[in-house]
Design a protein around this ligand. Sequence first.
Ligand code: FES
Length: 171
Amino acid sequence: MTKTISNSEPLNVESIIDSWKGRNGSLLGALEQAQQNDPKKYLSETTLREISKRLDIPLSRVYSVATFYSFFSLKPQGEHLLIVCRGTACHTRGSLVLLNEALSRLKIKEFNEKEENSVTSSDNLITIRTVACFGQCALAPVIMVDGLVLSRMTVSKLVSLLDKLKKGGER
Ligand code: FES
């Protein structure tokens, strides 16, 4: 019997991987869908090994793709994802102030952006991640919240956004 893939039902990782067998872009597709379906929105070592085995792709290649794209996370992520651009244009327009404000509001004390690119609040509500550039430098400083790009961000807009997320609201 063939299993139908739909967005409305939770899928196990084996079904996801098998649905990508023999298709173009199978590795990227399986990684992306596996991460989206994971309750903690990340790729565990078990998932990476399963993808390697079921798609017959060397584990080293699976790892190199999963670590190359900043979209993928090898650590559990929070309910919401806040990405702060730390490229030159955004930096000169105050992205470090935005990043520090977000860290402080979420009571995150330990984060060294030179050593890691993401950190999650202790209540697992928000993961903060940094990127090198969104390609929207003219609109700096730029952040992204749950996939939505927000330009010309200010501290006051960021604070109200974080308050809404904490209260369980949308962006
Ligand atoms: S440096 Fe931030 S969008 Fe380019």
